[in-house]
Design a protein around this ligand. Structure first.
Ligand SMILES: Cc1cc2nc3c(=O)[nH]c(=O)nc-3n(C[C@H](O)[C@H](O)[C@H](O)COP(=O)(O)OP(=O)(O)OC[C@H]3O[C@@H](n4cnc5c(N)ncnc54)[C@H](O)[C@@H]3O)c2cc1C
Length: 384
C-alpha cells in the first residue's frame, strides 16, 4: 500500500522479553495471524472447562473448545514478519515491511505528545534513550502505548486509568513439574474456581519457543483477590524485593519473599487443594493490579490520530480478550486502508466492541465479588 512506517517503542532493548503469560486466542487473533503468516500460530487446543468446588471436586464440566497461546509466541511471530526480509507473505503491507525498506523500529523512544501541523500532517514528539527530544512527521498516528498511554493523556485528559480494587496473582509452571494427578486432571482443560470474593483460572499454554508437544507445555494460572488501594496489604504486595513500590505490576523475580509465603499460606486455606498445590509450586510468580480504562473517542484530528489496544480501552482480563480486541481493531483498520470503510465507521465499530468487552469484564468481576468500596466510576458508563 506504499506506506512508510515508524514504530516508536519506549523500552530501551531491541527485543522485548516475554514474561511467560498466556493469552486466550480469540477469533480476531486467528484471523489477523492467518492474514500475515503462512504457518499456523503455535497454540494449544483446550477441549473442556472444569468448575471446581472448595474441596477440588468437579461440580460441572462443559465440553468447549478454546485455543490458547502466549504473549511470547505472538510477539515472536510479529517480530519475525518484521525482521525477516525473506518473508513470503503475499500481503503487500507485510512485504514492504519485511523488506525493511519502508519501516523503522525505534526502541528507546518514548512518545510524549502529538501535535497537528495544520496541513493535515501530524508531528509526534518523543524522547530518545539519550534524552533528546525529537519529532517525527506522520499522516497517520496510531497510539498503541498501553493502558497508561501518554498520547491518550494529551488527547483525552479526562480519561484516567482507575484501579478496580483487586489484583491478579499469576504464574506459569512447566507441565512436567506438576504432580501426575494434577497433570492428568487439568492439562488440556480450562479450570475455574470461584470462592468468596475470589476467582482462580488455570489453563494450558504453549511451552518455551511455542511448543505444543505433550511434556513441553505449561500451565498458566491467574488468581484474583481483593486488595484495597493504599491498604497495608496493598503496599506490602506492590513493594518489591528492592523496596520499590510499583504502581501496577511486580514482575517475576521481584515479589517480596514474605509476601509470597503469606500468599501460599492463604492459597492452602482458601483454594481447592490441587490449586493451592499449583500456587505453591510456582517458581516465578508475579502480581498485577486490575486497571480500568475506557475512552469515549478513538479517532482525532479527522482520523489522523487513532487510539488502539489498552490505550483506547482495557477490558478486565476475565474476558481473555484484550489482545483479541487489538487484533479486531487492526483488521478493521486494514479495511479503512483498503477503502472499504471510513475512519468514522472504524471508530463506531471499535468503540462498540470495546463497550461489549468492558461490560463483560466488569460483570464477571462483580459476580465473583471482586472490587468494592473506593471503586472508580463504572468504566462502561464513560463509554456509552
Ligand atoms: C492478569 C491479566 C491476564 C491477561 N490475560 C489476557 C488473556 O488471556 N488474553 C488477552 O488477550 N489479554 C490478556 N491480558 C491483557 C493483555 O496483556 C493486554 O491487554 C495487551 O497486552 C495490551 O496490548 P497493548 O499493545 O495495547 O498494550 P501493552 O501490551 O501495554 O503495550 C504497550 C507498548 O507500548 C510501549 N509504550 C508505552 N508507553 C509508550 C510511550 N509513551 N512511547 C512509546 N512506547 C510506549 C510499551 O513499552 C509497550 O511495548 C491480560 C492482562 C492481565 C493483567
Amino acid at each position: 500500500m506504499g506506506h512508510s512506517v515508524q514504530i516508536l517503542e519506549r523500552c530501551p532493548i531491541s527485543y522485548l522479553e516475554p514474561r511467560g503469560a498466556g493469552i486466550v486466542s480469540g477469533p480476531s487473533i486467528d484471523a489477523f495471524f492467518s492474514l500475515f503468516n503462512s504457518s499456523p500460530t503455535p497454540c494449544i487446543n483446550l477441549t473442556q472447562r472444569l468448575y471446581l468446588d472448595r474441596l477440588g471436586h468437579v461440580i460441572e464440566s462443559i465440553d468447549r473448545t478454546q485455543r490458547t497461546t502466549s504473549w511470547g509466541v505472538l510477539y515472536a511471530t510479529l517480530r519475525q514478519l518484521y525482521d525477516q526480509p525473506s518473508c513470503q507473505c503475499q500481503d503487500e503491507i507485510c512485504r514492504q515491511t519485511a523488506r525493511g525498506e519502508r519501516a523503522a523500529y525505534c526502541f528507546g523512544c518514548e512518545a510524549t505528545s502529538v501535535i497537528p501541523l495544520g496541513n493535515g500532517a501530524m508531528a509526534v514528539e518523543f524522547i530518545t534513550a539519550q534524552g533528546r527530544t525529537e519529532t517525527v512527521l506522520a499522516d497517520l498516528v496510531i497510539g498503541a502505548d498501553g493502558f497508561n498511554s501518554a498520547l491518550r493523556a494529551g488527547l483525552l485528559p479526562e480519561v484516567q486509568p482507575a484501579y478496580a480494587g483487586y489484583v491478579a496473582w499469576r504464574g506459569v509452571i512447566p507441565e512436567m513439574q506438576l504432580s501426575h494427578s494434577i497433570r492428568g486432571a487439568y492439562v488440556g482443560k480450562m479450570v475455574f474456581y470461584q470462592g468468596e470474593a475470589t476467582q482462580f483460572v488455570a489453563y494450558t499454554m504453549p511451552g518455551e519457543g511455542g511448543s505444543s508437544q505433550p511434556g513441553e507445555r505449561r500451565l498458566n494460572w491467574v488468581w484474583y483477590q481483593n486488595c484495597g488501594e493504599g491498604s497495608d496489604e496493598h503496599n506490602a504486595t506492590m513493594t518489591d524485593t528492592h523496596g520499590t513500590l510499583h504502581r501496577v505490576t511486580v514482575a517475576p523475580g521481584l515479589l517480596n519473599r514474605d509476601v509470597w509465603d503469606e500468599r501460599v499460606a492463604i492459597s492452602a486455606r482458601c483454594l481447592p487443594p490441587p490449586l493451592g498445590e499449583i500456587v505453591k509450586q510456582t517458581a516465578d510468580p508475579f502480581v498485577q493490579k486490575i486497571i480500568d480504562v475506557a475512552s469515549h473517542q478513538a479517532t482525532f484530528y479527522g482520523g489522523r490520530v487513532l487510539l488502539v489496544g489498552d490505550a483506547m480501552a482495557a477490558p478486565r482480563p476475565h474476558t481473555g480478550s484484550s489482545t483479541d480486541q487489538s487484533a479486531f481493531q487492526a483488521l478493521k483498520l486494514l479495511e479503512v486502508l483498503r477503502g472499504k470503510i471510513d475512519v468514522t465507521e472504524w471508530e463506531r465499530k471499535v468503540l462498540q466492541h470495546a463497550t461489549d468487552l468492558l461490560q463483560v469484564g466488569v460483570k464477571i468481576g462483580a459476580d465473583c465479588g471482586l472490587g468494592g468500596s473506593g471503586l472508580s466510576p463504572h468504566p462502561v458508563n464513560r463509554l456509552i
